[in-house]
Ligand binder design. Structure first.
Ligand code: MG
Length: 493
């Protein structure tokens, strides 16, 4: 048990701030026992700490024991070369040499070096044979971390429930449990996060999401192969604990590098002017990642669409373009549907249809929005087609789509036919919150364009940069009465 004096000094010196907070997308790299594979290094050595810093690791993990004479040492196993740390005095322990020639580091010397370096500290309290000695170790560790000014940069991990409870009681909520525990239970016992072996996460595929929903972080160990590192990136790990920090950083950098994306919006004029081959060729020409399509018939025997009567346009276009196809019904027509669609290079996690405000009971309009799974991150893409008859309806529709898309859990792009032009309140309402990713080229009618009514908008604005925007030359032979808009963008999330 802890003395009151020690406990008070610990409590006074601890700030209740969580070092390991939920990362927005990009996982942090934790060098497991330092970067011990680097030349001249050894596990849990000060050299391994310095090496982790030199390659830019976000944090270092280290293991701590208390000696028989109450000195804290950094080592993974209970013993070093057969000398059990808990049972030995510092006189003996200080003579021990690591594989790289360093003295077995005391926690004091380790933290003295860590103070001047960039990586955060992920400190594992080892499970001692005597719980009372373990209690003392925890108290001394927290005190020393505070003394060195490292409180805000330190998180604690442990397999020991005894140490876990002490850490939770004494250092706010900056404690990750190493023993795989259900997320709800982990929160109930006061953990700030999980630090589990990758096999535990693989066996419980909903745990990372549940941890995040509870406001807890997911740290994963020990992740060394490219396939496992990629798995962690794709499953929203907050921390990747690895013996291969350089490899992990390369893969994370690659997954989160600003990347280009091609977005297209295209009103198909319900297939009146061209068959599915021509329409899909027009789309494929630009090799888009996402396409918002409007005036999309499904299974409707439309007399005006002679070349496409009764077809499912989304399926036809998806097959021809090699993209995934998704559909949002706006209204029933004949024995089929009329609405909007999305073609996507990436699979959807979920698709939602939103009915747009329609106070005058005009033709019902919709927005189809999907959450898509791109490597390393998620993204919302939406397609819509506004009312064109009533001022108040269109105004409400503009406000509605902005409200929806600025409250999505991921960055969002909205593309479509807005039946409105720059300077009109409908477009300006959207532009006041979302970034316009198009140029000023007119889009309608396709043979002699008089207006620009097709747009691509994005939120949050700082996550998107427009590289170029293409609107093809006007033509009497255009496959639709609208010209498509194709934007090449850089996304930074
Ligand atoms: Mg450890």
């Amino acid at each position: 048990m802890l003395s009151n004096k020690l406990l008070n000094s610990v409590l006074l010196s601890i700030m209740l701030t969580a070092t390991l907070s939920a990362a927005a997308g990009r996982p942090q790299i934790v060098a497991h026992r330092g970067y011990w594979k680097a030349e001249g290094s050894a596990q849990n050595s000060i050299r391994a700490l310095v090496k982790a810093d030199s390659v830019g690791a976000d944090a270092v993990e280290l293991d701590v024991w208390i000696s028989a004479d109450s000195v804290l040492y950094v080592n993974h196993d209970p013993d070093f070369g057969g000398i059990v740390i808990e049972k030995s005095n510092s006189k003996v322990l200080d003579k021990l040499r690591l594989a790289n020639g360093e003295q077995l580091p005391t926690l004091d010397s380790y933290l003295e070096t860590a103070k001047g370096l960039r990586p955060d500290i992920v400190l594992e309290v080892k499970t001692h044979s005597d719980p009372l000695r373990e209690d003392l170790a925890v108290a001394m560790i927290i005190d020393m971390i505070a003394e060195k000014g490292l409180t805000d940069r330190t998180s604690y991990i442990t397999f020991s429930r005894n140490s876990f409870d002490n850490l939770v009681a004494m250092c706010g909520r900056q404690v990750q449990f190493l023993s795989a525990t259900d997320p709800d239970m982990l929160r109930n016992i006061g953990g700030t996060g999980a630090d589990y072996h990758i096999s535990a996460y693989r066996a419980n595929p909903d745990w990372i999401k549940r941890l995040h929903d509870l406001g807890l972080t997911a740290n994963i160990w020990t992740v060394n192969s490219p396939a496992d590192i990629q798995w962690c990136i794709e499953h929203d790990a907050d921390y990747i604990t690895t013996d291969e920090p350089e490899l992990a950083m390369q893969l994370v950098d690659k997954a989160f590098a600003p990347r280009r994306m091609t977005i297209m919006t295209y009103n198909l004029r319900f297939g009146e002017l061209a068959d599915m081959d021509r329409l899909s060729a027009e789309i494929k020409k630009y090799d888009p990642d996402f396409v918002a399509i409007q005036e999309v018939d499904v299974n409707f025997d439309r007399a005006a669409a002679k070349l496409n009567r009764g077809l499912n346009y989304v399926n036809e276009l998806a097959v021809r373009t090699g993209l995934f196809g998704y559909y949002g019904r706006a209204i029933n027509v004949g024995k089929g549907y009329y609405g909007v669609g999305i073609l996507s290079r990436y699979p959807a996690e979920k698709i939602e249809k939103f009915e747009l405000p329609n106070p005058e009971n005009g033709e019902q309009r919709v927005m189809l929005a999907g959450t898509f799974e791109l490597p390393g991150h998620k993204f919302v893409f939406a397609s819509t087609h506004f009312d064109y008859l009533d001022h108040n309806t269109r105004k409400l529709q503009a406000q509605y789509v902005v409200d929806r898309l600025t409250h999505m859990p991921y960055p969002a792009v909205l593309a479509g036919d807005f039946n409105a032009t720059l300077g009109q309140i409908y477009i300006e309402t959207i532009r006041s919150r979302m970034k316009d990713l198009t140029n000023n080229r007119k889009t309608w009618p396709a043979d002699k364009p008089k207006e620009k009514i097709d747009f691509i908008f994005a939120y949050p604005p700082q996550d998107f940069e427009l590289k170029s925007c293409t609107v093809p030359e006007p033509s009497k032979k255009s496959p639709s009465d609208h010209l498509p808009v194709i934007s090449d963008i850089i996304v930074k999330f």
